[in-house]
Design a protein around this ligand. Structure first.
Ligand SMILES: [Zn+2]
Length: 133
């Protein structure tokens, strides 16, 4: 299967190693803020709440998270990135995520968000949304 994050790679060659990494001793962390953002989008698309919480900064992480099963995420577009690279400790990623309704497939909508990320050692973490539209 193609990776839900629309990288063009297979799921196994892309976000699977991050999502599945939580179950192994060899935890793989996304190397950049954009890669983390993509893996979190994939977790939204696959309903992986555990990964979403794991990749959320402890200061802003909710105690629990409930996903709307009616939202089927089908497209991720990265609009811009700032920092968030191999040698940065923080970064910002703007993206548009599109979904359709599982019960009414004609109903589609999208979310545009500018998110901030921080790095803690090897692990990039989602901090918060700077802007949502
Ligand atoms: Zn991916």
């Amino acid at each position: 299967m193609r990776c839900p994050c629309n990288s063009g790679e297979s799921y196994e060659g892309c976000c699977a190693k991050y999502l599945n990494g939580l179950d192994t001793d060899l935890v793989a962390y996304p190397p950049t803020a954009e890669a983390l953002m993509r893996s979190r989008y994939t977790a939204f698309a696959l309903g992986d709440v555990r990964y979403l919480l794991h990749s959320w900064h402890p200061d802003t992480r909710p105690a629990t998270l409930e996903l709307d099963p009616d939202q089927q995420w089908y497209l991720l577009e990265i609009l811009s990135t700032s920092q968030g690279g191999y040698f940065d400790d923080s970064g910002v990623v703007s993206f548009r995520a599109s979904y359709r309704s599982a019960t009414n497939r004609k109903r589609r909508d999208s979310l545009t968000e500018t998110s901030s990320f921080v790095r803690d050692g090897k692990q990039w973490l989602y901090l918060d949304a700077l802007e949502i539209s």
